[in-house]
Design a protein around this ligand. Sequence first.
Ligand code: NAP
Length: 316
Amino acid sequence: MKAVQIEKVTPAEDVVLSDLPMPQVKADWVLVKVHGFGMNHSEQILRLSEIEAPYIQKPVVPGIECVGEIADPSDTGFVKGQKVVALMGGMGRSFNGGYAEYALLPAHHVFVVETDLSWDALAAVPETFFTAWGSLFECLQLKQEDTLLIRGATCALGYAAIQIAKGLGCKVIATTHRESKLPLLKDADEAILDDRQLTGKIHGATKALELIGPKTLGDTLQAVEHGGIVCNTGILGGVFTLNNFDPIKDIPNGVYLTGFFSNYPTQQVMDDIFAFLNAHHIVPAYGAHFTFDQVKDACIALDSHKINGKIVVTME
Ligand SMILES: NC(=O)c1ccc[n+]([C@@H]2O[C@H](COP(=O)([O-])OP(=O)(O)OC[C@H]3O[C@@H](n4cnc5c(N)ncnc54)[C@H](OP(=O)(O)O)[C@@H]3O)[C@@H](O)[C@H]2O)c1
């Protein structure tokens, strides 16, 4: 089978497809015929630096998510031909991931999906929609009557969160730090230029999805209404931790802070996501589409940070 395999720091320009042996099925693992995958910046980090870390299997096929069909269910309850998505749990890091024609994956991180989405649209779903869904519902307890602030919305996760929240019927206020990108937030009710000080500029936000991260989290906590909830999910601002954070003064009285980590997908949540997408006729948006033989170009596009939204790759 064809696959991308890396074992040392690999710039996007050096990414090639290699011939690898077909993976051999084993107990509790399923063989997935990959039809497509979404790309993630954690894969760029893996390729450009993290590959040298001792905890990464080497050589490794990158890719923390994929979509496809069961080619061999092994001893699991899956059935050959079932449409599935897979994500996380060490995929593309501790064991070979999605940048391949076939992937051998632990059954507990593979999920059956009921959908008529094309492979390209489906490839935009697993990691991005699972993260948006968990942030909005498990963490923010989003309801139709909420006004949702999405901070740093011009990213795959931001666009997915807008699609879900608008599908639910919420009012959405979305921010970008680039004036030129305000038109990309046309599906939100309000698009706001973010100068890192929203307090006093937005009104009525009962829930906030923080995608810039600790860099602006303090301001976001001040910007939501009394009783509001803030979920820190992103780290686009490049600041990963809160230093000198005083929870007594920095979290306003009656405001709640939570965070989401996408490492624990379940079949139930996948069922909920696809039932919602089907019911609301939502076709997941993506920013660019490549075929597998163009995977080098897809990696170059990922590293360029110039694509607005998810980059998806399909086999044909
Ligand atoms: N918690 C979790 O489990 C989890 C899971 C998945 C992703 N994430 C995180 O969620 C964030 C979004 O992920 P993604 O895959 O949707 O990202 P992405 O699509 O790769 O988005 C990257 C784009 O975000 C834009 N951006 C918007 N506001 C920004 C700001 N203030 N600073 C820098 N860039 C900004 C940048 O474009 P412009 O600068 O041109 O606007 C950049 O090109 C990332 O931080 C990612 O690490 C977290």
